[in-house]
Design a protein around this ligand. Structure first.
Ligand code: BG6
Length: 477
């Protein structure tokens, strides 16, 4: 009973949200570098290149580039067994289509992973976490272009070879399923490097094509990775969002199933090595059958993933009063509020039981180990006059979720590899570009306008999580 020995307790971040140093040591411009700061309910602007005078929060972020030794020391003090981060694609291939990688970028991650190992912290690495080289968007149309598969593969293989003795746990694309909301500029640009047009049908067709190239790129990477080091564990990474019907009306039930099919097929392909029937029939019926070759189908079978890495933030509730089941395209269009769950300051449903439900759904569907690589509460923190930060709301959120995780493990038999809460140190929000939407156990002194000393300090949750790890998840009080 309880979490297994060697359970990977840690925390998760992404390069572009904390490193800063956006143009240091040969790094190129990524899609995150052309996104301005938004606000709660205000989307980030995606500019055509970097425009002087605009506020691009990822350019400096929390300057982990210069602070990583200090930060990893703090993670070690909390007892981290692992640290999930990504490799900034543009540090390694600044434009994405170079013949040779940038040595200074490779060296940075060598040093970073060495620093982790110094404390017995295992790096867990995402290859593409919303960091595509902007040049690939401009010159190739992102993953709308088959050529980008080769660029991604080259990046992946370069990283696998360089870090084959330093990194064992990998994921290919962060939240590859986010683009199921294909009318959202931010999600399409970060997932696929696609800039949208005005016609929703065309956008949907573009998404199915780009996503296909991504699952092929992912499968090729898995296949090559296993050749480079057979001990590698390479996972998918999905933003698993269980879909609830708004009522027991059979139309709502059918709609919830449709929404699940529209949203959760990406990992089906990555785990089974083939498309589910419902997707094949949908894209055929809609007339936007993408370019899928017989060779692609072989590749998909050969490059299936080893585990399910997933983020869990919330569930989604859908109602057939908004969209009829057979008319459903983007599941978000059918979303309604769930009266049984509270929401965060950013209006995200808070549903710990949904996490247990999600873990069971994925275990039943995939028969693979799970790894919770993101979970957490974005909230405004207040620094007291003595410098302390009493984030009891964050502790309550994480405790409630871990209680459900424990039930999934103890009572339902779910095989769980680890737990890495999101934003273990405060960083730039991906969705809004804000610093004030904080997730961390460690506070970073910086505001939404970019002012602050960047000083790190421990929140109450730091000590709570330290205790959780020390007791291997037994002491959640
Ligand atoms: C996930 C992403 O979607 O959620 C992270 O993988 C992101 O990059 C996290 O930061 C939280 O979202 P947000 O918009 O609050 O930063």
């Amino acid at each position: 009973m309880g979490f297994k020995d060697g359970f990977l307790w840690g925390g998760a971040v992404a390069a572009h949200q904390l490193e800063g140093g956006w143009d240091r040591d040969g790094k190129g411009v990524s899609v995150a570098d052309v996104m301005t700061a938004g606000a709660n309910g205000v989307p980030r602007e995606i500019t055509k290149g970097v425009i002087a005078g605009k506020n691009y929060p990822n350019h400096e972020a929390i300057d982990f580039y210069d602070h990583y030794k200090e930060d990893i020391k703090l993670f070690a003090e909390m007892g981290f067994k692992c640290f999930r981060t990504s490799i900034g694609w543009t540090r390694i291939f600044p434009n994405g289509d170079e013949a040779e990688p940038n040595e200074a970028g490779l060296k940075f991650y060598d040093d970073l992973f060495d620093e982790c190992h110094k404390y017995g912290i295992e790096p867990v690495v995402t290859l593409a976490h919303f960091e595509m080289p902007y040049h690939l968007v401009e010159a190739y149309g992102g993953f709308g272009n088959r050529k980008v598969i080769d660029f991604f593969l080259k990046f992946a293989v370069t990283c696998f070879k360089r870090y084959k003795d330093k990194v064992k746990y990998w994921m290919t694309f962060n939240e590859i399923d986010n683009q199921s909301s294909f009318n959202n500029d931010f999600l399409m640009c970060t997932n696929s490097g696609i800039l949208l047009g005005d016609d929703p049908k065309e956008n949907e067709a573009k998404m199915y094509q780009a996503a296909h190239y991504e699952v092929v790129a992912s499968a090729l990477a898995v296949k090559e990775g296993h050749k480079i080091n057979p001990d590698f564990k390479i996972g998918t990474m999905i933003n698993f969002t269980p879909i609830y019907p708004a009522s027991s009306d059979p139309e709502d039930i059918l709609l919830a199933q449709r929404a699940d099919q529209r949203r959760n097929w990406f990992s089906d392909v990555q785990v089974w090595g083939e498309y589910p029937r419902n997707v094949e029939s949908y894209i055929e019926r809609e007339g936007f059958r993408p370019d899928i070759t017989a060779e692609d189908r072989v590749v998909l079978k050969e490059g299936t993933v080893d585990y399910i890495g997933f983020s869990y933030y919330h569930t989604m509730t859908v109602s057939a009063k908004k969209v009829a089941p057979d008319d459903l395209t983007d599941p978000r269009l059918a979303e309604v509020k769930n009266p049984f769950v509270k929401v965060s300051e950013w209006d995200w449903p808070i549903d710990p039981v949904g996490l247990r439900y999600a873990m069971n759904l994925m275990t039943d569907r995939y028969h693979l180990p799970l790894f919770i690589v993101e979970n957490g509460l974005g909230a405004v923190d207040k620094v007291e006059s003595d410098g302390s930060i009493h984030d009891d709301y964050r502790i309550a959120y994480l405790r409630a979720h871990l209680q459900e995780v424990k039930k999934a493990v103890d009572l339902d038999g779910v095989d769980l590899m680890g737990y890495t809460p999101w934003g273990c140190i405060d960083l730039v929000s991906a969705g809004t570009g804000q610093m004030s939407k904080r997730y961390g156990f460690i506070y970073v002194d910086k505001d939404d306008e970019g002012n602050g000393t960047l000083k790190r300090s421990k929140k109450d949750s730091f000590y709570w999580y330290q205790k959780v790890i020390k007791s291997n998840g037994e002491d959640l009080d």
